[in-house]
Design a protein around this ligand. Structure first.
Ligand code: T1G
Length: 692
């Protein structure tokens, strides 16, 4: 075994050379890995004793893609296309031996080899679309030559990996190795190629899967139509379709040149920079400054959930699906039955969509215990309170819990806004108390705001942070303040949206502007969906707000067929002239001057105060880093990934511009627009939130 460079080794067994890449954590195609591959294959070509070459990776996976940390930095030779040429044009058969996840550039390396062998657990994918890119090293040209353009575009547009057995069935791999014996089986496979004088199979020369699609643009039109809604606002996807269409219609060298040009253009795009930012932001969020890997964590074998409402049921599902038994507590049998029915219906709907088997539904439901007896929580390692958002009620529950829960149990509140420290203070064990703020629907939204109390112990925090990914959540640690991070910032946008419609904008204009920006829906459509009467009471309502007036008229949202919008039987929304008249009359009574308000002003007044509140959150240390705030908004509120999150978006607009506009609004509308000191500082320094 000789070392080619720090991340690549070369050895020979009989007449087979083995080039082994060893670059933790995922053998990403760094400069060293590219160099190791190229030099290794060239060494084998020059070695008269060698008749075939195996490319293998050490560690947990075959090459998992280009090294995303190198993007945007000056690129060093050897460049990936040159590495791929060295492999594909080798005069001796090259075999790619694959385990783990062969993704992006890693899969593209494998596609330039003459043969591919994989263990059954291996997975293959071209996830570049998730980074706002298209495959940039032949993936859009070679994969269609193996599996046809339709299946290739399924893989490329979904970015979802597929397994080795599919790869074998589809002709992507030539053989399956025995699990755990990849090296031996790959060498034996290479030996057989030599013995059989097997040809040098170049994927680029294959045409049998392309020919049937040639001259049929309707194939690509249909794919474009089927994906238009999913990719609304994204740039890369249409280029992916065009590049695969080029594979069908153009000679290989022209197709790959076009692919490279489109890839490079996307690489420099704001959308790709935003999605790459989020790739690392999601991983950074799991890192808590003063919680090291050595921090002890508690085993969570049994969970209690208090409250079987929409949130409690959704929260329970996260644990049931992760194989953790749940004891669900309610105050009445009717409430309990209602809650269980929702859980069962959610699972059955998932099964109907083919994403779960009926056996799995049964397994999950069997892990659920139901009780009206609070004392049943005594065995739980973690208890999550998910009752009505009322501080007195929560304090009562935590006092009771303090007397029931076993010593060392973690006591969490799912509160969306309230003071976790005040809740903790009602117990004798504030060190075991924290917030676990799930986002509705709790079994779907990936965000979990982990609210760290002043006295929450490191072990409790480390335990919940480690638990988050196990229940399919991205945990973001936040500090105690009203609304924590997401809802505190949302309040800024909701305030401005409410003022804008009094000044002359319509609810439908505000919703349109924010939907066009890329948010799932605007504030008024969102209110209709959630129900205008949350927290509203007919007894105390006095018509003091637009919402009061609408609720008093029975316009309480989609569920009543009318809210800000009118709804037909299919719940399609239509702007309501009646609501507009109510708004105008209300504004007149308040003496609010009416004016035309531009889309630009609507957007800036809804988004910039939200960004400004994010800056204050950072100043107060209620979030660890700006990218955590971005993760909160992408994972919890559907902020468009191609804009990177509110703080990243502010960087792309330019902090000086955001500051100036806030100052304009402050002069016109008042101090709610007063810029945060951090924003002033960064704008003055020419800085960014991402690098703050
Ligand atoms: N580049 C650099 N670092 C990477 C990386 C990559 N491609 N993939 C993962 N890491 C780091 C990650 O930041 C983390 O670091 C550690 O590895 C473990 O990752 C030319 C241009 C492979 C399925 O998009 O999907 O090829 O936080 O926590 O859950 O056409 O990582 O430990 O310091 O995610 O086991 C295409 C992205 C690139 C694959 C493993 N490839 N990675 O998941 O571990 S573009 C991708 C993943 C491309 C070509 C184009 C996952 C994984 P740290 P992890 P995991």
């Amino acid at each position: 075994m000789t070392s080619i460079n720090p991340v690549a080794d070369y050895s020979v067994e009989g007449e087979v050379a083995i080039v082994t890449i060893n670059s933790p954590p995922v053998n990403a195609l760094s400069q060293g890995v590219r160099e190791g591959l190229k030099l290794g294959v060239e060494k084998a070509e020059a070695d008269p004793a060698v008749a075939a070459t195996v490319i293998l990776c050490a560690g947990r996976t075959f090459i998992a893609g280009a090294d995303i940390t190198e993007f945007g930095k000056p690129h060093a030779a050897p460049y990936l296309p040159d590495v791929l040429d060295a492999i594909e044009n080798a005069k001796k058969p090259v075999v790619a031996a694959i385990h783990g996840t062969s993704l992006g550039g890693g899969f593209e390396v494998a596609l330039t080899a003459h043969y591919r062998i994989a263990v059954p657990s291996a997975r293959f994918g071209l996830p570049e679309i998730k980074l706002g890119l298209i495959p940039g090293a032949g993936g859009t040209q070679r994969l269609p030559r193996l599996v046809g353009p339709e299946r290739a575009l399924d893989v490329i547009l979904s970015g979802t990996p597929f397994g080795a057995r599919d790869a074998k069935d589809w002709g992507v791999v030539d053989a399956l190795a025995e699990e755990g014996k990849l090296r031996e089986d790959a060498i034996a496979f290479a030996r057989r190629l030599v013995a059989d004088k097997a040809p040098l199979n170049k994927v680029r020369d294959r045409d049998e899967k392309l020919a049937p699609a040639r001259g049929k643009p309707e194939i690509f039109e249909a794919i474009r139509k089927a994906n238009a809604r999913k990719f609304r606002g994204f740039e890369a996807w249409e280029k992916a379709i065009l590049s695969v269409k080029n594979a069908v219609e153009l000679p290989f060298d022209q197709g790959i040149a076009e692919e490279r040009a489109m890839f490079m253009a996307l690489l420099g795009s704001t959308q790709s920079k935003a999605q790459r930012h989020l790739f690392f932001a999601e991983r950074a969020a799991a890192k808590i400054a003063d919680i090291g890997a050595e921090t002890p964590t508690k085993p969570i074998h049994r969970v209690g959930v208090i409250g079987a409402g929409t949130m409690g049921g959704g929260i329970a599902m996260n644990f049931l699906s992760a194989g953790i038994p749940v004891t669900l507590v309610e105050t009445s049998k009717e409430a309990l039955d209602r809650g269980v029915a929702i859980i069962r219906r959610n699972y059955e709907n998932t099964a109907k969509k083919g994403r779960m088997t009926l056996e799995q539904v049964v397994e999950r439901m069997e892990r659920l215990s139901l009780t009206l007896d609070f004392r049943a929580l005594a065995e739980a390692d973690l208890v999550i309170e998910a009752v009505y958002e009322n501080m007195d009620l929560k304090k009562l529950i935590f006092e009771k819990l303090d007397g029931v829960a076993k010593p060392g149990a973690i006591l969490a509140s799912n509160t969306s806004y309230l003071d976790v420290d005040a809740i903790a203070a009602t117990t004798k064990r504030p060190e075991d108390v924290l917030g676990m703020h799930f986002f509705s629907p709790a079994n779907v939204m990936r965000l979990l705001e982990i609210v760290r109390g002043a006295k929450t112990s490191k072990s409790v925090l480390a335990t919940v942070a480690a638990l988050a990914p196990k229940i399919g959540k991205v945990g973001v640690t936040v500090g105690v303040c009203h609304g924590f991070v997401g809802n505190r910032m949302l309040a800024e946008r909701q305030r401005e949206a409410g003022k804008l419609i009094l000044e002359g904008a319509t609810p439908w204009a505000v919703d349109r502007v924010l939907a066009d920006f890329g948010l799932p829906m605007g504030p008024f459509a969102m209110s209709d969906l959630a129900g205008l009467d949350i927290g509203w009471s007919a007894e105390t309502s006095k018509g003091a707000t637009i919402r009061d007036i609408l609720c008093e008229e029975g316009r309480r949202g989609q569920k009543t067929g009318a809210g800000f919008y009118d709804y037909d039987e299919q719940r399609n929304a239509k702007p309501s002239a009646h609501v507009e008249a109510i708004i105008r009359a209300f504004a007149a009574a308040k003496g609010v001057a009416q004016r035309e308000i531009s889309d630009a002003e609507i957007l800036e007044r809804c988004i910039y105060p939200l960004i400004n509140e994010g800056a204050k959150i950072l100043e107060e240390g209620k979030a660890q880093r700006a990218s955590d705030i971005d993760v909160v908004w992408v994972m919890g509120y559907g902020w468009p990934v191609y804009r990177g999150g509110p703080m990243f978006y502010a960087d792309t607009v330019g902090l000086k511009t955001v500051l100036e506009r806030l100052k304009d609004f402050q002069a016109t509308f008042g101090d709610e627009f007063k810029p945060a000191a951090l924003l002033e500082k960064l704008a003055a320094e020419g800085g960014t939130f991402s690098k703050a």
